[in-house]
Design a protein around this ligand. Structure first.
Ligand SMILES: Cc1cc2nc3c(=O)[nH]c(=O)nc-3n(C[C@H](O)[C@H](O)[C@H](O)COP(=O)(O)O)c2cc1C
Length: 297
């Protein structure tokens, strides 16, 4: 299947301009290696390794299996400062090619990453934060639009992506509800240089989510997704059936108190219909992308 690319995907050495985005608890080292083999950028939050020793072991495991690019996400404001510092050092030690910063000011990390040749992406939901991150020197801005899995924005991607592109000088990466190749084509046509996909990859064989969670992603559609700040204090999207039932506390699902048991996913669950290996998901996306382009004539 023919490759397709953008300046940023070529700079990173990817076969396709696609990122399997970092997901707390859900993404893992197996996904990173499968993504690398499939020609896209895999990632995981450093905190998915419970301890710094486990994180070291994960990076060594990945490094033994691939020399292709991958990314590690550091959640600045949500991570204990000592652990954050250790995680950043580990990324430098293992020469992690791409760091994705979120929930905080990336300035200090960028200052240390740049001289080491590390590419830094930063995720935002509005232009104000995008401008700050651009001034800090990040290489690309991830615009997280309405309906995304995890902490999502409120702006429709048709507005957010061209708006960020017009007001920034660094490349823009599109996040939110991109679950197939049609949406990848749409994101690139709006000027994004990479498509950042989370929810689609929860339903992958390699993913660390439980089988019940994967099944819920496959079985749900957008009417099952609730946007609320009641779980973490920041607005995010969750599968309704796993949230506490505030009107009927007796019907609250067993254990629905913690982020681990309250499953996050975006409105893009509608387009997720099967659990598959990452290689097959990427094949599907690439085929759908070319079909979408052909439809445009
Ligand atoms: C279960 C889940 C956990 C997430 N955890 C993180 C995280 O730890 N750090 C982060 O930067 N983004 C996190 N995100 C956001 C994703 O990286 C990405 O922005 C989002 O999934 C894109 O939207 P989509 O799910 O509609 O494709 C999470 C998303 C989900 C669904």
């Amino acid at each position: 299947m023919a490759n397709f690319s953008t300046p940023l995907s070529r700079r990173l050495g990817l076969r396709y301009p696609i990122v399997a985005s970092p997901m707390f608890i859900v993404s893992n080292k197996e996904m990173i290696v499968a993504c690398a083999e499939a020609g896209i950028l895999g990632s995981m939050p450093s905190l998915n390794a419970r301890t710094i020793e486990a994180f070291d072991a994960d990076l060594a495991w990945i490094r033994e299996r691939t020399d292709k690019p991958f990314a590690i996400n550091v959640t600045i404001g949500l991570t204990d400062p000592e652990r954050l510092e250790q995680d950043v050092r580990k990324c430098f030690e293992y020469e992690v090619p791409v760091m994705i910063t979120s929930y905080g000011n990336p300035t200090r990390i960028v200052q240390e990453a740049k001289p080491r040749g590390v590419t830094v992406f930063h995720d935002v939901i509005n232009l104000r934060h995008a401008k700050k991150a651009e001034s800090a020197g990040v290489d690309a801005i991830i615009g997280v639009s309405q309906g995304a899995g995890g902490h999502a924005g409120r702006i429709n991607p048709y507005v957010l992506l061209p708006f960020l592109r017009e007001n920034l000088t660094v490349p823009v990466i599109a996040a939110g509800c991109i679950s197939g190749g049609e949406q990848v084509a749409a994101a690139l046509s709006l000027g994004a240089e990479l498509a950042y996909m989370g929810t689609r990859f929860i339903a992958s064989t390699e993913c660390g989510a439980t089988d019940d969670y994967k099944k819920a992603v496959v079985d749900s559609d957008h009417t099952d997704i609730v946007y609320t700040d009641q779980v973490s204090g920041i607005h995010a999207n969750f599968i309704k059936q796993t949230l506490p039932d505030t009107e009927n506390p007796d019907r609250t699902p067993e254990g629905a108190k913690k982020w681990k048991d309250i499953w996050s996913a975006g409105q893009g669950v509608t387009q997720v219909t099967e659990v598959k290996p990452i290689a097959d998901i990427v094949d599907d996306i690439v085929r759908e992308f070319h079909d979408a382009r052909a439809r445009l004539g």
